[in-house]
Design a protein around this ligand. Sequence first.
Ligand SMILES: Cc1cc2nc3c(=O)[nH]c(=O)nc-3n(C[C@H](O)[C@H](O)[C@H](O)COP(=O)(O)O)c2cc1C
Length: 363
Amino acid sequence: MALQAARRAVEHRTRLADLFPWTKSPLVIGAPMRVFSGPAMAVAIARAGGLGFIGPGETAATSAVDLAEAGKLLNEKPLPTSVAGKASLSASSAGLLPVGVGFQVWNGNLASAVDAVSTHRPCAVWLFAPRDGQPQIDDWTAQLRAASPGTQVWVQVGTLREAVEAASTADALVLQGAEAGGHGRTSDGIGLITLLPEVADTLGETGPPLIGAGGIADGRGAVAALGLGAAGIALGTRFLAATEARINPAYQAEVVRASDGAAHTGRTHLYNHLRGTFGWPPQFSPRGLLNQSWADQEAGVSFDELKVRHDAAVKQGGTAAWGPEGRTATYASASVGLVRSVDGAGEIVEQLHKEIDGIRGLL
Ligand SMILES: Cc1cc2nc3c(=O)[nH]c(=O)nc-3n(C[C@H](O)[C@H](O)[C@H](O)COP(=O)(O)O)c2cc1C
């Protein structure tokens, strides 16, 4: 089974390379992180031969604004006409923007998403976190496909059950391991090293391409995911430390500073609530760095008092907000200790490819 899955992953890599002809195989993907993954980062990733997703914005209208900005950046400086020896456009990608866009389904606005996608025609959309499971994903998929034929619809899932449900409609499945930063499964998630191969075996010949996500920060994690049956690799936390990320410098510095994700990250809704975000479906919760708000909560401080301290810290900014003594949300992966420098998003993609090639050569 393992060899069959590996062969399928290789076929799927070819399929992805045909669909996204400006990319280098294996496909390196910038995950759509809410607000942090903006158009500049998605375009920088595309220029380096990867696929960058724009994250959901502050409001439903932001996706269209961000996609328009990506289009403008690409008009001003088009992608190289040839990447990795291939023409950067093909019949299948003609007329599509070489960046993707992510939508959070539980509180997303489908009408705005349809508008943004039909106007700007991204090459792919990435759906995540339905409140009501697969029927809601099916609804979004059908409407987005009708709005922009040719746009690939990817669905991020974190369990075998979700993968099986989404497999027949998604053009690709992003398998999110429990290591991932940001929101993931609250209690039924599992590490990528077991999720990926079991999904690959269960879906078999007819399954869509599988993308590995969660805890991948360099070429070692990428090669591991490819070996497990991934056709491509998606990274979030590593791109928080990209020069193009839309992130507060103190948040970014904390991602670079922090280590030992097992000890220093955890899943909790505390930071959502401190920031005034309520209503996430209970099956999802975010992984982030545990700071002073967490310590105070553990020590019995009331939520109202935590909120007062949080708001004052955010007002102050810097290490009062983000850092070991900080108080606000610093969502990041279990792999945070592997993120050690701020680099251009394009350099991150190029470095990954170099490491993937080098490590494969040694195995
Ligand atoms: C700060 C942050 C914000 C995120 N926001 C989103 C989001 O809005 N939508 C989404 O589908 N995934 C989001 N994710 C999860 C990513 O899609 C992906 O699963 C994760 O980053 C992969 O794990 P990694 O962080 O270890 O690379 C976010 C992740 C992080 C770290």
